[in-house]
Design a binder for this molecule. Structure first.
Ligand SMILES: [Zn+2]
Ligand SMILES: [Zn+2]
Length: 234
């Protein structure tokens, strides 16, 4: 297979994003610009372009005068991202149930079988990409480029959360849930597709270990001490 020439900033973007998916780069990891320049043999402008795109997609946080680091999604952000994803994907899957052609659905079934086979062959980063591919394909079949764009953004934020906070070595097979959604699409059952998608995303969210997120616990809880009530001023 011939690969298209990848631009320097796209290569940096991909390396960092895959580093997150494979848990080599964990939330809060610092990304110093000079080191990235040396590592990729790229100019500061190119590195900055990659970091800005990563920041736009919610993977990286750019802090004035402190440089870039891998984003640390909080419990609150995680709730909002999953709520948004459910809202967008339920609409997308309903539209796909109305608009996808027989040929589209047959092709999606083939893609799903390939993903399933690859999922049991590869490690977690590939798995995360393959699991998203099914969702993005449904978005493409819905025939609404604006909703599709929203989902693309939400999925990269979700990938960071799932990559960093799903229990390690415990990427379950989503194949049956995906098949149930696909069966509804084939039967033109928009309501059923909506219900299965919603349940599927709730299960994904339930697996995330929010207890490990920053800000999930106060300092007192982390240290295991009861705050002392101070009423006297000395
Ligand atoms: Zn899925
Ligand atoms: Zn399986």
């Amino acid at each position: 297979m011939k690969q298209e020439q990848e631009s320097a900033d796209a290569r940096i973007y991909r390396s960092i994003f895959e580093g997150v998916l494979s848990r080599k780069l964990t939330p809060g990891t610092k990304l110093p610009e000079p080191e990235l320049c040396a590592l990729f043999g790229a100019s500061r402008a190119v590195v900055r372009r990659a970091l800005e795109k990563l920041a736009y997609d919610g993977i990286v946080v750019l802090r004035p005068n402190k440089g870039a680091m891998i984003a640390q999604p909080t419990r609150e952000e995680t709730r909002m991202i999953f709520e948004a994803r459910r809202a967008v994907e339920r609409s997308l899957v309903e539209l796909a149930a109305q608009r996808a052609s027989r040929t589209d659905i047959a092709a999606l079934r083939e893609q799903l079988a390939k993903e399933h086979e690859a999922m049991h062959r590869f490690d977690q980063p590939s798995w995360a990409r393959l699991a998203s591919a099914f969702h993005l394909r449904i978005a493409a079949l819905a025939g609404n480029a604006i909703l599709e764009q929203y989902l693309t953004e939400l999925i990269s934020r979700c990938s960071l959360i799932v990559g960093a906070y799903e229990p390690e070595g415990n990427a379950p097979c989503e194949h049956d849930e995906h098949t149930a959604i696909l069966d509804c699409l084939e039967a033109r059952d928009a309501e059923g597709a909506n219900a299965h998608m919603s349940a599927h995303l709730r299960e994904l969210e339930a697996r995330i270990e929010t207890s490990r997120m920053p800000g999930a616990k106060g300092l007192a809880q982390l240290l295991g001490i009861e705050p002392v009530q101070r009423t006297l001023v000395d």
